[in-house]
Design a protein around this ligand. Structure first.
Ligand code: F6R
Length: 243
């Protein structure tokens, strides 16, 4: 794993934008695997800014997202579909038909997972962007998830529900289940870019980089990916001994 430690979150966002833009500049019809959450917001802001200033063209890219809450329609402002449209796709001028995310309202979850598996198979990702949960989850693959998983529905752990409650009016409103891309599919991306900022991620980052590869800390599998880059700030890197 290549590790880049930056001074702060703004520098993480700037370095991450350079990497994402390089992928798109090299291949205008790149397939981008994308994430939601607070960590990538600075990166997304920078991509939109550079698109507006320098005209970097995203009209031919295709995107696939990691995950979506079960039970939230795409027009709910807490859904990940809504998040992506408002924080990235509209700003980059990416047509909705070129963006993909699980359907949180699917009435047949197994069929929805099979649909997304087929989609991921048909759209090999040039890069997969990830954040990391404070418990080491990637996408919604919580501790204990097998490394062989494909798209599936998960019961969110109490710690994840608590972490995500800040986006909702109350804890009770946080969905208890989500659709998520599986571990195997994350690892299938040609390149992985994982971002981590803030003190609250320091233990997870340490486990991911210097701990054993174990399903108890899902992100630790990234040690075995041939082209994975971690960009983190000094607070998240605090426990690393080897950088
Ligand atoms: C989001 C996702 C999650 C987040 C993780 C970190 O699509 O898959 O794994 O990346 O929970 O979230 P933030 O960035 O809000 O700390």
């Amino acid at each position: 794993m290549k590790i880049i430690v930056c001074k702060d979150a703004a520098e993480v966002a700037a370095r991450a934008a350079e990497i994402m833009q390089a992928v798109v500049c090299e291949k205008s019809d790149a397939v981008l695997g994308l994430a939601t959450g607070s960590t990538p917001l600075g990166l997304y802001h920078n991509l939109i800014d550079a698109h507006n200033r320098e005209g970097i063209d995203y009209s031919h890219v295709t995107t696939v997202n990691l995950d979506e809450y079960a039970g939230l329609p795409a027009d709910n402002d807490q859904s990940y579909a809504y998040f992506m449209r408002h924080n990235l796709f509209d700003g980059l001028g990416i047509a909705p038909t070129q963006t993909h995310i699980e359907n949180g309202m699917a009435t047949d979850p197994a069929a929805e997972c099979a649909r997304y598996d087929a989609l991921l198979e048909a759209l090999p990702r040039d890069i997969q962007l990830l954040g990391i949960g404070s418990n080491g989850h990637i996408a919604f693959n919580e501790p204990g998830t097998s490394f062989d998983t494909t798209t599936h529905v998960v019961d969110l752990k109490e710690s994840t529900i608590r972490d995500n409650a800040r986006f909702f009016a109350s804890m009770e409103e946080v969905p208890r289940q989500a659709f998520t891309m599986g571990m195997k599919q994350i690892m299938d991306a040609k390149q992985i870019l994982i971002l981590a900022t803030g003190e609250a991620k320091a233990d997870a980052v340490y486990g991911m980089v210097e701990g054993e590869v174990t399903t108890a800390l899902p992100a630790s599998i990234l040690q075995t990916h041939p082209a994975c880059t971690l960009i983190c700030d000094e607070a998240a890197a605090r426990r690393l001994t080897n950088v």
